[in-house]
Write a protein that binds this ligand. Sequence first.
Ligand code: S3P
Length: 185
Amino acid sequence: MSPSPIEANLPKNIILIGYMGCGKSTIGRVISQQLNYPLMDTDHYIEEQTSTKISDIFQKQGEESFRNLETDLISQLLEQNIAKQIISTGGGLPLRESNREMLKSLGYVVWLKASVNSIFERTEKSNHRPLLNSENPKETISKMLEQRNPIYQDCSHLTIQTDDLSINDSAHGIIESARYFFSNS
Ligand code: S3P
């Protein structure tokens, strides 16, 4: 069967990276529906595989153990040579340099960038993000972004500033840019 027009030149994976609350899961879901590619959410996958909530993994085994699980998962995806998947990553997954290399080998990496204020508003009510359980979450977000933004930048083929974009516009932009990227690679 020949690919539908929307699928043409999209043979690989699209990987969404970025800080907590930048819209990776929501935008990932829309892209997944539009392209009819399965969505793999690394946080959900790790929770399913370990039957443990991420906040419990952090609390009982420590952040390093969680980072090891993330590295294992990305290595497995690479080994399996997966294709035509949308991968929404946990916000800290690109922190390890080896993970960044693997992400870039997996496909088109898109950094969903957002301002401190948008991230604060989007994460204010969530209670499943252990790293934001601080007295001053806005300050925590700001400090972490300062440290992480260059890392996200280093790892991505495309940056989308999401603050003023609708979910659909972001998804549309990513699909079109990915098509262009894959047609030239
Ligand atoms: C983390 C982000 C979370 C989750 C964990 C650690 C981080 O994922 O992986 O709490 O270090 O930024 P989301 O970005 O999907 O919230």
